[in-house]
Design a protein around this ligand. Structure first.
Ligand code: ASP
Length: 291
């Protein structure tokens, strides 16, 4: 266990073990290593999770940002949220369109509005007014995320997400999550990712980013339930995280989460076939795994 800076990343629980994730593993390793160095150099937890998620969105390797699939109408709608444990403040966007970086839009909601969550056309308008970059005009900008085959785009429950949780050198915690959601989703469908307390949570005790079947995470109580189990029930991070996944499974869903507690302890459980994940920190070897 490390009480110094730590970062954990996930690239989603939508994993097909028969596919090759070598490019993802290399990217996660490099990103975790870079973010660890930035945290050791003094980067704050909220900046770190925002920067890491931005990198994953732009890579096109995951089902978020550039690697997102279209909904049934052929439009790309994104969900993202982030939360700062030290201030208890969160920002989020749901079903937002035409924005280069959904997590940057979530951050702008946190920093520039009195609100927590903006959705749909209003979120898109807000991003424009806030001066955030739109999607590139080039229709070829989107790419299939690693491990996603074209036929998966027709499968309503295929999905992916990216997320990061961090503990900075001052012991502050933060979490961020961003997704293109499930493939073949209905227009306007919103999953767990942009809901603070469900897909993302950070307080002074724990920071959590979830991935998996969003509907099940919403109904199971999500990340906030893990935090409440620890806060009121005195549960350990591991126990609380596994209890959430058991409820998700009982609802017919699967997925996983990454979490860091205030002592720098990291948990990355999942009950899906895999979860692309990495952890790096002071005095800790950088680790990457998929299954
Ligand atoms: N939780 C995301 C959603 O339901 C998908 C995922 O994490 O793979 O939109």
């Amino acid at each position: 266990m490390s009480a110094g800076p730590v970062i954990a990343l996930h690239g989603g629980a939508g994993v097909n073990p028969a596919r090759n994730y070598a490019e993802v593993e290399a990217h996660l390793h490099d990103l975790a290593r870079r973010m660890k160095a930035r945290l050791i150099a003094g980067l704050g937890a909220l900046d770190a999770v925002c920067e890491a998620v931005f990198d994953m969105e732009q890579s096109g390797l995951y089902v978020a940002g550039r690697g997102s699939g279209p909904n049934r109408e052929g439009a790309h709608e994104f969900d993202a949220s982030l939360m700062c444990g030290a201030t208890g403040r969160a920002g989020a966007v749901a079903a937002i369109q035409n924005v280069l970086s959904p997590v940057s839009a979530a951050r702008a909601v946190l920093e520039e509005t009195p609100h927590v969550l903006l959705a749909g056309a209003g979120a898109t308008q807000f991003a424009r007014a806030a001066g955030l970059a739109p999607l590139p005009q080039d229709a070829g900008w989107f790419r299939l995320a690693v491990g996603v085959a074209p036929e998966d785009l027709l499968e309503p429950q295929a999905h992916g997400t990216v997320g990061a949780v961090a503990r900075d050198a001052n012991g502050r915690l933060a979490a961020a999550t961003s997704t293109g959601g499930t493939f073949g989703k209905l227009a306007g469908r919103v999953g767990d990712t942009p809901i603070p307390g469900i897909g993302t949570w950070a307080d002074r005790q724990v920071a959590i980013s979830c991935t998996g079947v969003g509907e099940a995470f919403i109904l199971a109580g999500g990340a906030g339930d893990v935090a409440a189990h620890m806060r009121y029930g005195g549960a350990t991070l591991e126990t609380a995280a596994h209890a959430l996944l058991a409820r998700v499974a009982a609802l017919g869903g699967d997925g996983g989460l990454i979490a860091i507690d205030s002592n720098g302890h990291v948990a990355m459980p999942f009950n899906s076939k895999g979860m692309k994940r990495a952890v790096a920190g002071l005095g800790r070897a950088t680790q990457v795994a998929i299954t």
